[in-house]
Design a protein around this ligand. Structure first.
Ligand code: NAP
Length: 164
């Protein structure tokens, strides 16, 4: 599939109030329902992620193609493959939509390329985070603030769609 046929080249992330996405190799919160959007968007499509993020998840995600970017390891299977660069990952993805799922380096590299970012703003302040969402110019995007969910910790779905 060429880029012209692509419905979305998107990025999906959940970040804290202080822009943390990871701590000690993990996502530093566990909020029921917070991952549901990820599943809904990516099912039937391709997900691109860095080697550490894939190892944290520990298995290919059912119902979608996982493309892992790594120079050091290879993961191959029915629903998972490995490439050396983001460009190779995008070339390999033959689904309608492709979603970049982190971590930091892939988000940073993909940011100028994506046409949409699904950012879940988690209303929590994380001390000691070690992985952050990259800085970007919000003026490049039309922002739609969606619904807020959650009990103890609230989170808000936000969509950043690149201005034409
Ligand atoms: N909150 C969220 O939405 C979210 C989403 C994703 C991840 N996270 C968190 O973020 C942390 C992991 O992120 P991370 O940034 O440390 O690691 P990562 O991006 O998942 O993995 C880094 C590794 O991926 C490979 N890689 C990444 N970008 C590459 C590129 N452009 N070209 C070639 N290889 C590339 C390299 O693998 P090799 O070393 O094998 O070459 C690199 O060492 C964890 O804490 C995770 O829980 C949070």
């Amino acid at each position: 599939m060429t880029d012209n046929n692509r419905k979305e080249l998107g990025l999906i992330v959940a970040r804290s109030e202080n822009n943390v996405i990871g701590k000690n190799g993990r996502i530093p919160w566990d909020i029921p329902g917070e991952m549901s959007q990820f599943r809904g968007l990516t099912l039937g499509n391709a997900v691109v992620m860095g080697r550490r993020t894939f190892e944290e998840i520990g298995r290919p995600l059912p119902g979608r193609k996982t493309i892992v970017v790594s120079a050091s390891k290879r993961f191959e299977g029915e629903n998972v493959s490995t490439v050396g660069t983001l460009k190779e990952a995008l070339d390999k993805a033959d689904s309608e939509s492709v979603y970049i799922a982190g971590g930091y380096g892939l988000y940073k590299e993909a940011l100028p390329l994506v046409n949409v970012m699904y950012i879940t703003e988690v209303r929590i302040f994380i001390e000691g985070g070690d992985t952050f969402f990259p800085e970007f110019d919000a003026g490049d995007f039309d922002v739609t603030i969606g619904d807020t969910y959650g009990d103890d910790v609230k989170y808000t779905r936000t969509v950043y769609r690149r201005k034409k």
